[in-house]
Design a protein around this ligand. Structure first.
Ligand code: ATP
Ligand code: MG
Length: 402
């Protein structure tokens, strides 16, 4: 019925022929039951990674320490995780080492929420010992087993609960919520990268409002970098009426509501362990957003931002009560004389030559910046001869600065 599962059914059959069990599990099963597109097909098996590696010619070690091996099957890759428990917990994080078990039920027991603890065999039969289907029907996030124990075992699960509330538009079961309220300080034991992954999914989820509300009410936010005592700003973010399509725009609007100064952007995002590339993109987008609140795009702002990020910003302006105009922005991009410095019809070496120097220096940046600005404002055509004439005419001004 589900194309992704049909393809993988023969993989499960192969494992069964070898004498082991294998099932579809996790988000793929959950999303299928919700009639949502599935992001990945996860498979759980009684065979150990070593055994799986013997059954399939092409495999990749992606997470042997967690009992996971990736296999190539009919041109697709699948992650197969060996049935396991999580017996030894250290410092409220997932254990470094796992203990394999041979029964599916034991494996389902260690999963976080009932909606994620449903298995499907290759004939389409469900194994659902914790009534995950009922919780799916009632749109409820409920911990498998005792919520307090489960959050003490792995505090990240509290963030995952918030994330699923936003992503799926679900509510949270009362006891599960109470446990998060009580154990929220344990989130400080979790690596920021892992928190960030869940927080980003929460931000772009369709019920951000519900997810952020839970995140504030349970005080999980107090455990996150830069959010201490910023609940009012987070409420503004929760109420922003437009679903974010990308992590970039989500983080940009977050920083906007937190009123992060331009100089603080880097340190704030570094604390969240974003990459330099991501930080630079958010910085660009935040600057553009702030200008766009005041006026429409012009050549200079569009050049500095780039059309891709500009479109993302324009797309959400209505959420701020600003009338947006995507077509006008696209038209402006079409008429931009240059889209990057590479489009300028003269390069650094040519400028050095033109002025009779034998090497560059700060003067070069000044000249190229000036040329770029004049091309963008339309006062200088992007034509090599005319750019040369312009530079030569102004050489005395430039050379004064040398
Ligand atoms: P997504 O659609 O975002 O992939 P998912 O539920 O598949 O959501 P994954 O992180 O891919 O999330 O994990 C796959 C499955 O592994 C989950 O559905 C759940 O059963 C289990 N799982 C993942 N993380 C945890 C955790 N921290 N504690 C317990 N079980 C977990
Ligand atoms: Mg998944």
């Amino acid at each position: 019925q589900i194309p992704e599962f049909n393809k993988a059914a023969s993989l499960i059959e192969k494992i069964e022929k070898e004498g082991y069990e294998a099932y579809f599990v996790g988000g793929g099963v959950r999303d299928t039951l919700l009639h949502l597109p599935i992001s990945d097909v996860d498979i759980a098996s009684s065979a150990t990674p070593e055994e799986i590696k013997r059954f399939f010619p092409v495999t990749f070690d992606v997470g042997i320490q967690h009992g996971t091996v990736m296999v190539l099957h009919e041109k697709e890759t699948y992650e197969i995780t060996t049935f396991r428990t999580e017996s030894k917990y250290e410092k409220f994080r997932r254990p470094e080492k796992v203990d394999y078990v041979r029964s599916l039920e034991e494996d389902l027991k260690r999963r976080d929420f009932t909606i994620n603890a449903i298995a499907l065999n290759r004939n389409g039969q469900l194994v659902d010992p914790f009534d995950g289907q009922i919780d799916i029907k009632n749109k409820l996030i409920r911990a498998v087993g005792n919520p307090s124990e489960r959050f003490r075992e792995d505090a990240l699960r509290m963030m995952r609960a918030a994330r699923f509330m936003s992503q799926l538009g679900f509510d949270i079961e009362e006891k599960t919520k109470e446990a998060v309220e009580y154990y929220h300080p344990l989130l400080s034991k979790i690596a920021v990268e892992r928190i960030r992954e869940e927080w980003t999914k929460l931000l772009i989820g369709r019920n951000r409002k519900g997810g952020v509300k839970f995140f504030i009410e349970t005080r999980l936010f107090q455990m996150c970098p830069g959010f201490q005592n910023r609940s009012e700003d987070l409420v503004d973010l929760a109420l922003f009426p437009h679903q974010f399509q990308t992590p970039l725009i989500a983080w940009t609007v977050l920083l906007y509501f937190l009123k992060i100064d331009e100089e603080e952007v880097s340190s704030f995002l570094r604390a969240w362990k974003l990459s330099n590339k991501e930080i630079s993109n958010v910085r660009t987008a935040l600057y553009a957003l702030r200008v766009r609140m005041e006026r429409f795009w012009d050549n200079h702002l569009l050049f500095a931002t780039g059309i891709k990020i500009a479109l993302e910003i324009e797309d959400i302006m209505a959420g701020f009560g600003v009338v947006n105009d995507i077509n006008r922005l696209l038209a402006l991009d079409k008429t931009l004389p240059i889209h990057s410095t590479h489009d300028i019809q003269i390069n650094g070496n040519e400028v050095i030559h033109l002025l009779g120097f034998n090497r560059g220096g700060p003067y070069l940046g000044t000249i190229l910046e000036d040329v770029k600005d004049r091309i963008l404002s339309g006062s200088l055509p992007n034509n090599k001869k005319q750019i040369e004439t312009f530079i030569l005419k102004r050489r005395f001004i430039y050379l004064d600065e040398v």
